[in-house]
Design a binder for this molecule. Structure first.
Ligand code: 3PG
Length: 221
């Protein structure tokens, strides 16, 4: 499956992420967390991870995750073209950025790696669609108006699908996944930093499992 992940086209990576419907946003404080966290994700059935470039360990952690053939791993908080290069070299299969950056998007296009830039306004979305993108992170989701804002923005951009992230959790997940424009939700609630610091891997596994079950239930209903 690792070979398959490496061979996936841009569209196929996007389809796989949207098929899972969940993007755990991970901050690794200690490289020693990477292996048990990857195991927790696999055990829970949550086969993707966004490893954020927010700590010095991020790149090494990403490489550990990428060594797990069951996981489709991406880099988050990517702010420069150089980070795109380093992330892809470490095994990232997709890139998430907090805002819309032309250099980042261009680097991803050149390297044929999917990119989901953050947007929170009609102007952001317009620029991203002009750059040829149609799957966008909506960030910070709750602070930017939540599901109601996405519903309003989807009207003039019916071809765009969103990954709301920031303030999303079990309580408001149904509001987001209930929108046709939402293809996936991102967040850290299933990989809490304090639980990882405490080494509570059973707890993390259970939170991930619950998130997977909630998405499955919402999609079935
Ligand atoms: C992100 O970077 O995407 C967000 O910080 C994740 O937000 P959350 O911690 O509220 O889920």
């Amino acid at each position: 499956m690792q070979t398959q992940n490496r061979d996936l086209t841009v569209d196929a990576v996007t389809d796989r992420i949207t098929g899972i419907g969940l993007l755990p946003v991970i901050v690794v404080d200690d490289l020693a967390q990477a292996r048990p966290l990857a195991r927790a994700l696999v055990d829970s059935g949550l086969h993707t991870a966004e490893v954020t470039f927010r700590t010095p360990q991020a790149l090494d952690a990403l490489a550990v995750f990428a060594g797990h053939p069951e996981l489709l791993v991406g880099a988050g908080t990517v702010r420069t073209a150089e980070q795109v290069r380093r992330a892809q070299d470490a095994g990232a299969r997709f890139v998430v950025s907090p805002g819309f950056s032309e250099p980042v998007v261009e680097a991803c296009r050149t390297r044929e790696i999917p990119v989901f830039p953050g947007v929170s306004s009609a102007t952001d979305i317009h620029r991203a669609t002009e750059a040829g993108l149609d799957v966008l992170k909506f960030f910070p989701a709750e602070a930017s108006g939540g599901a109601a804002a996405i519903a309003a923005l989807a009207a003039p951009f019916p071809d765009v699908r969103f990954i709301p992230t920031g303030g999303v959790g079990p309580r408001n997940l149904p509001d987001y996944l209930g929108l046709p424009a939402v293809c996936c939700v991102g967040g850290s609630w299933m990989v809490p930093r304090d639980a990882m610091r405490a080494g509570d891997w059973l707890g993390v596994t259970e939170l991930c499992r619950q998130a997977v079950a909630q998405v499955a239930q919402l999609r079935a209903g």
